[in-house]
Design a binder for this molecule. Sequence first.
Ligand code: NAD
Ligand code: GLY
Length: 380
Amino acid sequence: MTALQPRCVQAPGFETVPVPLAERAYDILVGRGLLDSAGPRIAALGAGAAAIVSDEVVAALYAERLAGGLRANGMRTATIEVPAGEASKSYEALARVCDGILAARIERSDLVVALGGGVVGDLAGFAAAIVRRGVRLVQVPTTLLAQVDSSVGGKTGINSRHGKNLVGAFHQPSLVIADTALLDTLPERERRAGYAEVVKYGLIDDRSFFEWCETNWRAILAGGPERDHAVAQSCRAKAAVVLRDEREDGDRALLNLGHTFAHALERATAYDSRRLVHGEAVAAGLALAFRFSVKLGLCPGQHAGRVAAHLDATGLPTRLQQVPGGCGTADELLDAMRQDKKVKDGALTFILARGIGQSFIARAVAPDAVRAFLTEELAA
Ligand code: NAD
Ligand code: GLY
């Protein structure tokens, strides 16, 4: 990918992907069964106590296993639960989590452990960033999406009524433990949704990984060595970008391929997971970004067709018409896009593609071109 591609250390049973960010360096551990050794690994960070933040679904499945492992290694634990779902990335939930951490007497030298999907990771990570002006964070991601994307790279935050992830902070974890066996209990729909973020890495700059995904997607969703490889390879790809541009002053925006469309769709569906979950919105966003690139004369039509065909095959949405309950008008979607974090001086930035594995940052995209494209897509 780049000269700064992180070194990958192989170890029996799991892989270590280092993220060598100087004083914020950390490891991502990927493999089946890692939860059972999480206690000693987390205790080795040298904290006396941990606040485990989880959602109610994940807590019922895994919190006690994690907490027991920590206690067996001499740590005091408290578990803070929030309702499952995107609605927990809210000011109210943030206040509850911050107060829970303080009530558990977590000190600056202690830890917040995010046990859950991207919602818990973003929420707990933001709480860790602001409580006592910064407590160390461990991410234990339990969804495919969180293992391949949200637990890595330090973006944390909550949603505002003005849009997604608009209030947040960069707060790198001290350790990421991605136990791929935890994905066995993940609902099929959520596994598929997370797969959209795996495909994204191939589309950004790694055509051969996209082709590998086309061949191996069933095994990735079902489990086994292909899943572990997909998670580790995604983490390597993300870590390489984060190393080049930790705070998204440039290249890191590439990781948002498909996301300008996706965030607008999530807002149009009121963040209602019964209609659309984040990864599904990303899948539609990836297909839209490729078709928009074709419309602007940047990308061959066969590439956009191949991307959509692959996402269709996995059962992910690729068209606006597939959004349950509809997604509003072209102007409403455009309005939602104006709240995107990549907007600069009011101009829209998109991640577009010259082909599979050849994405780039396109600044100052004309709103009229976006409106015309969306109008055409809505009518298709
Ligand atoms: P999520 O956290 O809502 O999890 C999805 C559902 O799966 C929830 O109902 C949860 O309870 C359940 N679940 C989680 N793990 C489970 C398991 N192992 N077994 C059974 N059920 C389980 O959703 P998500 O897709 O993981 O995350 C989406 C969020 O991530 C969005 O808010 C998005 O903005 C954010 N995100 C952040 C970044 C970042 O860099 N910080 C990157 C991508 C996405
Ligand atoms: N998921 C986009 C980023 O971490 O930058």
